[in-house]
Every structure is written in structure tokens, then in C-alpha cells.
Design a protein around this ligand. Structure first.
Ligand SMILES: [Zn+2]
Length: 402
């Protein structure tokens, strides 16, 4: 017996040693690249707004430099600021009223720049994409995180809510930066809820930016891990009493499926989206929305019914019975949410009324991972950021990567 243990011990210690080396050096690990696990915050690229024909760029009372990275060589600089309308000409980006011939221009202000009324740190990368402008802010992950958390939490968070949101937002972005092929992409994240809401140094709802910087600095470089690897730290506004599993919301959990299974939440009752007033959708609206999301049905609509529910009662699949032949269209929970025009697929009842359906339900968002309103109330009740994060992401560890 003893011998067998000894025989086992050596290979195990080698295995542990190899694992430690693996984690610290990051060799071969697709999630932790050796350079990123080192000394400083990595750079992140965020697309500002949508691809557009023109944009107003303002750099106030400071030095700046603009340099072409692709297309014809172009160089320009100034010492006392810049106000220019960016556009696209026949041969590339229009800058200060000039045809630059450049298809990728990097503008470096000595401090900050303004675009569409918001102020940003870092640099602005302007690219021609399908004849339009794509404006991308490149900056370090910490400054980016500080520019996210105020918009994501709103003005009502406790300090620990913002600090928890900083860890979740940083982890979410980290996964995008380190994803395969990320270096080749012109940007990693949108500045909307499609990724995380980012407004540079001008957070929404009158939230003070300086405070957001302080909350972010309280846990610089800390990300969430599961089995020693970072994972997709999803979160959404209000769960309505129970978060749900990734499968029900059709979100890819990566290796952390165990973490994203859904937990009961008694914290978000104070949210105005905890339950929503009955919502009415007409048959005609249903047909037109389902056509738009490429799940077409035809009149008449006979029935809409929930087929299967996931964790917390969230709708996993639903059926629409339609047409002369009473055909069946199967929808995912998120598709049903879109089709009915409601805030979540935590849908309680779908009642037939004349010419349409009356829908009742709870929550706002996809319901996977941290419930942000729950994090606000937990924070107010005295929970630390670690307690909030461990509650909504059971079994995780917090790891400082720089
Ligand atoms: Zn909740």
C-alpha cells in the first residue's frame, strides 16, 4: 500500500510542478499568454460607436500627432490642439480637410481626445472599412475598465459593487484580448451592451469618473478564474429571482460551464425590472420580428407556448404554431424574447388575447452570471466584492495577473 502511494507520489509531484510551470509560464495555454501574464496591463481596442461616414474629433489645448499605419504615408502634428471633421475620400481618410491616402491612421494626443462628446484616454485608430470610418480607442485594460463600470452599474452601487464589476468587466475584456486571432482584429470590444458599455472618461448617469478609477485601482490586474484559467464572466442587469444556465441563454461557457449554471437571487427585488408589467405583442408584430431574425412564420398564428425551461424557470425553448397547416417553429429562449419584444426570456405566462398575446415575466438581460442589481443590493448590505463574485460565480478564484 505504502509503496503504491510512493510510486504515485513522484509522478504526481512532477505533474504538479509541470502544472505550476505551465500556469506561470503560460506555455501552450490558450488563455494566458506569457507576455500578458507578466508585468503590466495589456492594450485593448474598443470600437467607438458604429461605422460611420464622418466623425468630429476634438483635442483640446495639447500636443498631438497623426501617423499613417496603412496606405500612403502621412504625418501631421500640432502643439495646441485640433478640431477636425474626419471623413472618407476617394483614396482614404480625410483629415483636417485633406485627402491623406491613408487607410489606417493613428492619432496620439498627449493627454486625451474627444469624439461624439465623450473624452477618452489612449490613442484613436481610424480605419477605412467598406467605404466608411471605423473609430477605435486603443488603451490599457485598467483605464478601459474604469471607463466601463460606472455605465454598467449606474449611480446606485456600493463601493464593493463597483469593485466587483471591475473584476468581472476586466475578466470579460481579458477573454476578448487573449482569444485566438485577437491580435489580427481591428477591435476586441464594442462600446455598447453588445460587449460592455464604455464611455471613456465620461461615464453616464453623472457617475464621477475619479471614483471609478479608484474602485478599479483597488483590484488592479485581478481577474476571475475557474480551474486556474480565466473564463467568460458574463453578467446582466436583473435576474428576477434566479440567474440561469448558459445553455438556456445560448452563451458559450468555454471551460467554465460549471460556474455558469444559475443561482437563486433574493437581492434584485428592488429593481424596477424585477418583474415587468404585462406586455402586449400583436400577431403582425410577431410575424415581422420573426422574419427579421430569420425564423419566418406566416399568418395565422395559432399558439405560442413554452416547451422547455432552464434554471430559474427561464425559457429554454418555445414553439410557435402557425399557418394553414399548423406548422411548428421552434425558438430558443433569447429568440422568443426578441420575438415578443420583452426585456428577458424569464417569461412567466404567454396569454392569447384578440389579435395578439399578453406576456408577463421578470428581469432584464440574458440572466447568466452576475446579477448587477443583485450586486448593488449585496454591496449595500455589506458584502465584499469577493463575496459578491463568489456568490454569482460559484467555485471561482480571483487571480492577480499583473
Ligand atoms: Zn437577481
Amino acid at each position: 500500500m505504502g509503496r503504491r502511494v510512493d510510486q504515485l507520489r513522484l509522478p504526481l509531484s512532477i505533474a504538479i510542478g509541470a502544472l505550476v510551470a505551465f500556469l506561470f509560464l503560460g506555455c501552450g495555454d490558450p488563455y494566458v499568454s506569457p507576455t500578458l501574464a507578466a508585468t503590466e496591463a495589456p492594450l485593448v481596442r474598443v470600437r467607438l460607436g458604429s461605422v460611420r461616414r464622418s466623425a468630429e474629433l476634438l483635442i483640446e489645448k495639447q500636443g498631438w500627432r497623426a501617423q499613417s499605419v496603412a496606405g500612403k504615408a502621412f504625418n501631421s502634428s500640432g502643439a495646441r490642439g485640433l478640431r477636425t471633421k474626419l471623413g472618407v475620400g476617394a483614396r482614404g481618410i480625410l483629415f483636417e480637410g485633406r485627402e491623406t491616402g491613408s487607410t489606417l491612421l493613428v492619432v496620439k494626443p498627449s493627454r486625451t481626445f474627444q469624439l461624439d462628446g465623450a473624452t477618452y484616454a489612449g490613442v484613436l485608430r481610424i480605419r477605412v472599412h467598406k467605404g466608411k470610418l471605423e473609430c477605435v480607442n486603443e488603451l490599457d485594460l485598467e483605464t478601459y475598465t474604469a471607463g466601463v463600470i460606472g455605465n454598467e452599474v449606474g449611480p446606485k452601487g456600493a463601493p464593493s459593487t463597483y469593485r466587483a464589476q471591475a473584476v468581472a468587466a476586466r475578466t470579460y475584456a481579458w477573454m476578448k484580448i487573449t482569444a485566438p486571432g485577437a491580435d489580427e482584429r481591428s477591435f476586441h470590444l464594442y462600446d455598447t451592451a453588445a460587449s460592455q458599455v464604455y464611455r471613456g472618461m465620461s461615464p453616464r448617469y453623472g457617475v464621477p469618473y475619479d471614483a471609478m478609477v479608484r474602485f478599479t485601482r483597488a483590484n488592479t490586474g485581478v481577474i476571475l478564474t475557474w480551474n486556474a484559467r480565466p473564463f467568460r464572466a458574463y453578467y446582466s442587469s436583473t435576474c428576477g429571482g434566479h440567474t440561469t444556465d448558459h445553455r438556456t441563454s445560448r452563451l458559450d461557457p468555454g471551460h467554465a460551464g460549471d460556474v455558469l449554471q444559475g443561482v437563486p437571487c433574493r437581492w434584485c427585488k428592488t429593481s424596477k425590472y424585477f418583474s415587468w408589467p404585462a406586455h402586449v405583442v400583436t400577431d403582425a408584430e410577431l410575424v415581422s420580428t420573426l422574419k427579421r431574425i430569420k425564423q419566418p412564420v406566416s399568418m395565422p398564428i395559432h399558439r405560442v407556448r413554452v416547451k422547455e425551461r432552464g434554471r430559474g424557470g427561464w425559457v429554454r425553448t418555445a414553439e410557435v404554431i402557425y399557418g394553414a397547416g399548423r406548422k411548428t417553429k421552434t425558438l430558443s429562449g433569447p429568440e422568443l424574447r426578441t420575438a415578443l419584444g420583452v426585456r428577458s426570456h424569464n417569461i412567466q405566462t404567454i396569454k392569447r388575447i384578440t389579435g395578439g398575446f399578453q406576456v408577463s415575466g421578470r428581469g432584464w438581460g440574458h440572466g447568466v452570471g452576475m446579477c448587477q442589481w443583485g450586486a448593488i443590493e449585496m454591496g449595500k448590505a455589506g458584502a465584499s466584492e469577493s463575496e459578491i463574485l463568489r456568490y454569482y460565480y460559484p467555485g471561482i478564484a480571483l487571480r492577480k495577473v499583473y
